[in-house]
Design a protein around this ligand. Structure first.
Ligand SMILES: Cc1cc2nc3c(=O)[nH]c(=O)nc-3n(C[C@H](O)[C@H](O)[C@H](O)COP(=O)(O)OP(=O)(O)OC[C@H]3O[C@@H](n4cnc5c(N)ncnc54)[C@H](O)[C@@H]3O)c2cc1C
Length: 474
């Protein structure tokens, strides 16, 4: 029998690679984790963590601007942009140990700093050495997609990779791309004082969400002074001006800095995939079967490099399957489960979703019922002066089965956890309604929407009998 140095070699120390290595070491496999740059990957260094830290500072400014709503005459915040950016770096530093080489070494993972190259189905080259493993997990992530727009290469553009190094707040900021990353950046920089123009080629920003979700976010953006230009196709950069096409006409948008937020491109080049014949999809992500195995049976994949989702929690979710299948197949293997996938966009109002929305259901021709509850009516939201947004639940017609939930409003990303659990474990609206929710909390929205659902699904026959019963008892 062939012997290998390791059970698994993991390439990439981002969310997907870290979780794969963690699981492998927890079950006492011998695992090497190769990372060429910073442990923690995008999420810690250039993605989730810095963006949420920046949004938090921006939120504090927005509170100050709403001082009167909270009973104050006036609040002014004086700040240096570089201190805010320093806070972002400090937050990264505090979280860094969670993903560090020191921690993972302590867990039993052999952490190797270097650029990995796969040279055969079981061999990986790093720092001039060849390591062998029964299985290899590719977790090389993605990077900002920078399209070939004429003139872009002549300007000093920003992406989510380098925006965190900004030392001065741009006066006029152009954000190109109205997806979740572009929307979060636009709002954060606008609240910090930049004059922000958000340009999107599609008819709406956050295009995957339902109409009323997009409407609430867009309205807030416009109210806060963000110029939202949808249906604007970027044609050319002429120094610090973007030329866009809008209804056949050219529109010029001047800016001091531009952030390109047009999606993410999987890291599939330069580490041996082509030479080995690893199959790549048309979307330029690594093709994998439902066991997250590539067409080379000993090579597995997880995270942004394979998709279809590009979130830290989905990378971690896939990592479990890739790792367990890599370690135990063919004795035992599991199909990756994408039935209950949640996510959030951390704009204000925050947007969170699990499962289907109306757009998805209509595309897939799935019948559904909609139940909503408006957060304007919620005691805690009113007390907090955050009485805006809604919860919308899609259920199977005449059945207590949840198809999907969208929440728009404060802490939507936290509130939706109850519905993620419900969907994962097949619990319906009756179970949510029968659960005690602490008063006064925002989590009551989950119960109130279940109450609205119940009102629409009362057992009419039983109610009539009850009415007769009570009449008889009087
Ligand atoms: C601005 C922004 C905000 C985001 N906000 C959120 C959010 O709020 N919530 C959320 O869930 N997701 C968010 N994301 C997405 C999230 O960051 C990614 O989905 C997640 O980081 C994917 O993890 P990964 O392990 O697949 O890839 P990565 O984190 O990219 O890790 C891949 C690692 O592989 C290394 N690597 C690549 N090639 C090699 C090689 N040949 N040898 C050695 N090492 C290699 C890279 O250096 C990198 O460290 C955000 C992303 C961005 C950009």
């Amino acid at each position: 029998m062939t012997k290998y140095d390791y059970n698994i070699i993991v390439i990439g120390g981002g969310s997907a690679g870290l979780v794969s290595s963690y699981i492998a070491s927890a079950v006492k496999a011998k695992v090497a984790l190769i990372e060429r740059h910073k442990m923690g990957g995008d999420c810690l260094n250039t993605g989730c963590v810095p963006s949420k830290a920046l949004l938090r500072s921006a939120k504090i400014i927005s509170y100050a601007e709403r001082a009167k709503e909270f009973g104050f005459k006036k609040t002014t915040i004086e700040f240096d942009f570089k201190d805010v950016m320093q806070r972002v770096q400090n937050v990264i530093k505090i979280i860094e140990p969670h993903d560090s080489r020191k921690r993972y070494t302590g867990l039993g993972v052999e952490c190797i700093e270097g650029e990995a190259k796969i040279t055969s189905p079981h061999n990986v080259e790093v720092n001039g050495k060849t390591l062998t493993a029964r299985s290899i997990i590719i977790a090389t992530g993605a990077r900002p997609l920078v399209p070939d727009i004429p003139g872009l290469n002549q300007i000093d553009y920003l992406t989510s990779d380098n925006v965190w190094g900004l030392k001065a707040l741009p006066k006029k900021l152009l954000v190109l791309g109205g997806g979740p990353i572009g929307a979060e950046m636009a709002q954060a920089f606008s609240r910090l004082g930049a004059e922000v123009t958000l340009v999107e080629m599609a008819p709406q920003i956050l295009i995957r969400e339902d109409e009323e979700v997009i409407e609430q976010v867009t309205k807030t953006f416009i109210k806060e002074g963000i110029k939202v230009l949808t249906n604007h196709k970027a044609k050319e950069f002429k120094h610090n001006t973007l030329i866009c096409e809008d209804k056949g006409k050219d529109v010029s948008i001047p800016f001091d800095k531009v952030i390109i937020a047009l999606g993410r491109k999987a890291n599939i080049e330069g580490f041996g995939l082509e030479e080995l014949g690893v199959k790549i999809r048309d979307t330029k992500t690594i093709e994998a079967n439902s066991f997250l195995q590539t067409n080379i049976p000993s090579i597995y994949v997880c995270g942004d490099v394979t998709g279809p989702y590009q979130f830290t929690h989905t990378a971690a979710h896939q990592a479990w399957y890739a790792c367990v299948n890599a370690l135990f197949s063919p004795l035992k293997k599991f199909k990756v489960d994408y039935t209950v996938i949640p996510w959030a966009t951390f704009t204000d109002p925050e947007v969170a979703r699990v499962g289907m929305n109306e757009k998805d259901a209509n595309i897939q021709n799935i019948l559904y019922e909609v139940t909503t509850y408006d957060i304007d009516d919620l005691d805690r939201a009113i007390a907090d002066s955050e009485a805006h947004g809604f919860i919308k639940v899609l259920t199977v017609p005449n059945k207590d089965k949840i198809l999907g939930v969208t929440i728009v409003g404060r802490h939507a990303g936290d509130l939706i956890a109850e519905y993620i659990l419900a969907m994962k474990h097949g619990l319906g609206m009756n179970k949510i309604l029968g659960t005690i929710h602490i008063y006064p909390t925002l989590s009551e929205v989950n119960k109130y929407v279940a109450g609205n659902w119940k009102k629409g699904h009362l057992p009419i026959f039983a109610i009539k009998i009850l009415e007769k019963f009570h009449r008889w008892r009087r």
